[in-house]
Design a binder for this molecule. Structure first.
Ligand SMILES: Nc1ncnc2c1ncn2[C@@H]1O[C@H](COP(=O)(O)OP(=O)(O)OP(=O)(O)O)[C@@H](O)[C@H]1O
Ligand SMILES: [Mg+2]
Length: 300
């Protein structure tokens, strides 16, 4: 890798990630332990969540390298140790850090759905379609669709993304939309069949792509519990909302608390934090087939 880190500049804080520019072509992305629910970042962090998200993204990004170019440059290189030292950050952030090629991001989220849930279920229940796609009549909550569908959405700054039609997406990104849809569906199909063999259903997931040197690259997080709805096959039941392998405990607890989804959020009890941590770790272990890291909990 020819990258020489000269001056590291913090350029953005997402809800979950801290982004640093290493030069005009490269970024470092550190995935923190922050958690958001209903588009609001909670006060508490989930220990090890950033690690799970970063490691899962790496796992899939590497798996997908034969299907698409990706933004990933390195996650294990000595460069990351140097970078963290430069930032005055502790070296244990290594597991949560990747160096990527800086992409010009497409302003849409590339969502693939294979089961009816979340906003897709609400839209279908209201008008029998999703993002302008007509679906068969009489489908139930959590029902498997006849085939996976590509349902793009806007990527809004306030976090309230809107599902849009394929033609609306074409107006936003041009003819690249055909390729984005093709790649997204191919990635989904490969990941879903991999996960199925491990007893996990990928009900839906969101990809983000950008352009580097004129080429489409897969960027951002990939098939994490934050960007996807993972269900255990054993928990799936038609007409229900199967528990997902993510912040289900947090959402259930917040719902029961009567919170109206506007800041400030209520304070999470410790048992919910711990249960959520275990859920993320479980997702990592089940999906990668790897054991959990041996060292202690690290908080960012
Ligand atoms: N290779 C890349 N080049 C440029 N930007 C990237 C790249 N990979 C990811 N990003 C962007 O970095 C940000 C990641 O931060 P995070 O996931 O915390 O954001 P977010 O809360 O989802 O916010 P946003 O509203 O910006 O999507 C996203 O805006 C994502 O689009
Ligand atoms: Mg994001």
């Amino acid at each position: 890798m020819s990258l020489q880190i000269k001056k590291v500049e913090h350029i953005a804080s997402g809800k979950v990630r801290e982004i640093y520019a290493l030069d005009d072509k490269h970024l470092a992305i550190i995935t923190t332990d922050r958690i958001s629910a209903y588009d609001v970042v909670l006060h508490e962090q989930i220990p090890d969540k950033g690690r799970v998200l970063n490691q899962l993204s790496l796992f899939w990004t590497e798996m997908f390298s034969s299907i698409t170019s990706t933004h990933l440059m390195t996650a294990t290189n000595q460069k990351i140790t140097t970078l963290l030292a430069e930032l005055g950050k502790p070296s244990w952030l290594q597991d949560r850090t990747m160096i990527v090629r800086r992409a010009e991001m497409f302003p849409i989220e590339c969502i693939v759905r294979s089961y009816l849930a979340g906003s897709a279920w609400r839209e279908y229940a209201a008008n029998g379609q999703i993002a302008g796609l007509k679906l068969p009549k009489g489908l139930q909550l959590a029902e498997k669709l006849p085939h996976p569908i590509f349902t793009p959405s806007t990527k809004s700054k306030d976090g309230h993304d809107q599902n849009i039609t394929f033609e609306e997406a074409r107006r936003l990104v041009g003819d690249a939309i055909d390729e984005l849809a093709r790649i997204s569906l191919e990635l989904y199909i490969q990941a879903a069949s991999y996960a199925e063999a491990r007893g996990v259903i990928i009900a839906d997931t969101k990809f983000e792509f950008g352009i580097v040197d004129g080429q489409i690259v897969l960027a951002d997080e990939v098939l994490t519990p934050d960007s996807s709805r993972f269900w255990y096959e054993k928990d799936w039941l038609l007409g229900t909302n199967p528990p997902s392998l993510d912040k289900q405990f947090v959402r259930d607890w917040l719902d029961a608390s009567g919170w109206n989804h506007t800041p400030p959020p209520p304070k999470l009890p410790n048992e919910i934090i711990q249960a959520t941590r275990m859920r993320y770790i479980e997702a990592y272990k089940v999906l990668t087939g790897k054991p959990w890291f041996k060292d202690d909990i690290k908080e960012s």
